[in-house]
Design a protein around this ligand. Structure first.
Ligand code: ATP
Length: 502
């Protein structure tokens, strides 16, 4: 609650402020229909204006209708099973959805008639995503592979289409997978399939149709992605100042002289025991590319100390930022915007069955304009089943860790969702230590008795509800990161455009 609401009966104005923080809008007419650009809300802080970008008007997440639904009133929307939809907002048991094809109409559809379309390919071992033709050939011709090895990659010339690259008699052949106007996949227009999985399955079982047999998916060969493409001579980096000290060693701000850019360099302390974890962090970083995850840029692994070079995040860790004078004056809207970015980065990991295991404000990095990225992949693991059972000796950040993971080492995307709830608590309380004053043992006992962290002062109720959802005792009842991202995004958009109904 804002202070005014603690002291007076809530009038409408107070109720507004109680739920949404005060926002200052620029004195320019806002006109959606004419396409006039909305300027970001500028909020004065002691260090100047913090500008945040306009929220995306179009939800990023694609939905599909699960069943046919016949509209019963003008407000409702008739959909057919499989219709692709974007969900504008949730309204009780309904969603306000817009068709993405055909009539492009919008209207209400029962919420249980629609489902989020996940990145359906991430689970397939043959899916290599955005690699080019040359890389596909190098991979398939490596000694771990044989005739029949294949992979599927995003087409270089048509980004919504795919290419099968398959090895046969020591050569690599490429077949373009096209999309029909209704979204079906086909190599030959005589045979089309609803999903890429069905298409691959068919050609794995009918080798003659393609002319080249499809056997086993291309073997993962880490070493091909290993040092060489990333390795740079350390003379290319000029160290300026120490930014902080972590588990592995110091982090420095530096200039990458040949690239003319500022970077951050993490150095490995020369202790053998840490080498293993360090290598795991590097391996995890190499395969991850997302604007909301910290990007690996280069390595200096020959000689010591080893350097991991990443993009520089000018405002450092979110934990330190929240405690800074600038962090202390952030409004809920800013924090929701930042939380939404973290959820977006985590949704990318969710699609790839990667658990982070150390999601907390200390491991989120902040740059100008409140850009946030998930960092610290030292504990991240790719999980084959939905749960990763860690060894008992693994050190666990108990206050951020879901009970099933802290007590039984059962880590999953859903235990990361629990940690995300604690991260939201850290954000909304502007950097408070969760369960302050309690020992780790007391925290676990409290959680077992059903206790949950209280709502931070000035935390909008719907954000606290999201935290409680993340802390559902049953892991499967916790929301997905995709759902969290879209909820936070839509709350942020509604605050920004002041369309929230109180
Ligand atoms: P640990 O590695 O033990 O989990 P940590 O996250 O604090 O702890 P590091 O990742 O080594 O450790 O980072 C130490 C500090 O250096 C961070 O708290 C942050 O302030 C700073 N830092 C790390 N990476 C960057 C970066 N890419 N840009 C700017 N500052 C960074």
């Amino acid at each position: 609650m804002e202070d005014c609401c603690r002291t007076c009966m809530p009038c409408l104005g107070c109720m507004w402020n109680c739920i949404w923080p005060e926002f200052h809008y620029p004195n320019v007419p806002i006109n959606d229909d004419t396409g006039a650009t909305r300027r970001p809300a500028d909020i004065r802080t002691i260090s100047g204006d913090i500008s945040v970008p306009s929220p995306k008007k179009r939800p990023v997440q694609l939905y599909a209708a699960l069943f046919d639904f016949e509209a019963r009133s003008e407000e409702e929307l008739t959909v057919k099973e499989g219709d692709k939809l974007s969900v504008i907002e949730k309204r009780g048991d309904y969603v306000l959805a817009k068709k993405l094809t055909g009539s492009l109409e919008s209207g209400l559809v029962p919420a249980n008639y629609v489902a989020i379309l996940q990145d359906e390919f991430a689970k397939h071992k043959w899916y290599y995503g955005n690699i080019n033709r040359g890389k596909a050939e190098t991979l398939l011709l490596a000694s771990q592979n044989q005739d029949g090895s294949f992979l599927v990659r995003i087409s270089e010339s048509h980004s919504d289409e795919y290419t099968i690259s398959a090895r046969s008699e020591g050569k690599v052949y490429h077949f373009r997978i096209q999309r029909s106007s209704i979204g079906a996949y086909f190599v030959s227009d005589k045979l089309s399939f609803g999903t890429l999985g069905e298409l691959i399955n068919y050609y794995q079982n009918n080798s003659r149709s393609l002319g080249v047999p499809l056997g086993l998916p291309c073997a993962q060969q880490r070493e091909l992605f290993d040092m060489e493409p990333w390795e740079r001579p350390r003379e290319e980096f000029q160290l300026h100042r120490k930014l902080g000290e972590g588990h592995f060693g110091a982090v420095w701000e530096a200039t990458w002289t040949t690239e003319h850019r500022k970077v951050a360099i993490k150095m490995l302390k020369q202790e053998d025991t840490k080498q293993d974890e360090f290598v795991k962090e590097v391996q995890a970083l190499k395969s991850l590319h997302h604007p909301k995850l910290i990007q690996l840029l280069a390595l200096c692994s020959r000689g010591e100390p080893v350097y991991i070079v990443t993009e520089l995040m000018s405002k450092g860790s979110l934990k330190a930022y929240l405690a800074s004078p600038e962090g202390q004056v952030l409004k809920s809207a800013h924090l929701i915007y930042m939380g939404s970015q973290v959820a977006e980065g985590m949704a990318y990991l969710e699609d790839r069955h990667i658990v982070h295991r150390d999601l907390a404000a200390r491991n989120i990095l902040v740059a100008e304009d409140l850009v946030c990225k998930v960092a610290d992949f030292g504990l991240a693991r790719i999980i084959k089943d939905s749960v990763y059972t860690a060894s008992r000796s693994t050190k666990i950040p108990v206050r951020w860790t879901a009970p099933e993971a802290a007590l039984h080492q059962r880590f999953s995307v859903k235990s990361d969702v629990w940690s995300f709830g604690v991260l939201l608590y850290e954000m909304m309380s502007r950097g408070k230590m969760p369960y302050d004053g309690k020992s780790n043992k007391e925290v676990l006992e409290l959680l077992a008795s059903g206790f949950r962290l209280p709502s931070p002062a000035r935390c909008p109720q719907n954000i606290y509800r999201i935290m409680l959802d993340c802390w559902a005792p049953e892991a499967l009842k916790r929301p997905s990161f995709h759902a969290l991202h879209s909820q936070l995004d839509s709350i942020y958009a509604r605050i920004y455009f002041k369309t929230i109904e109180v």
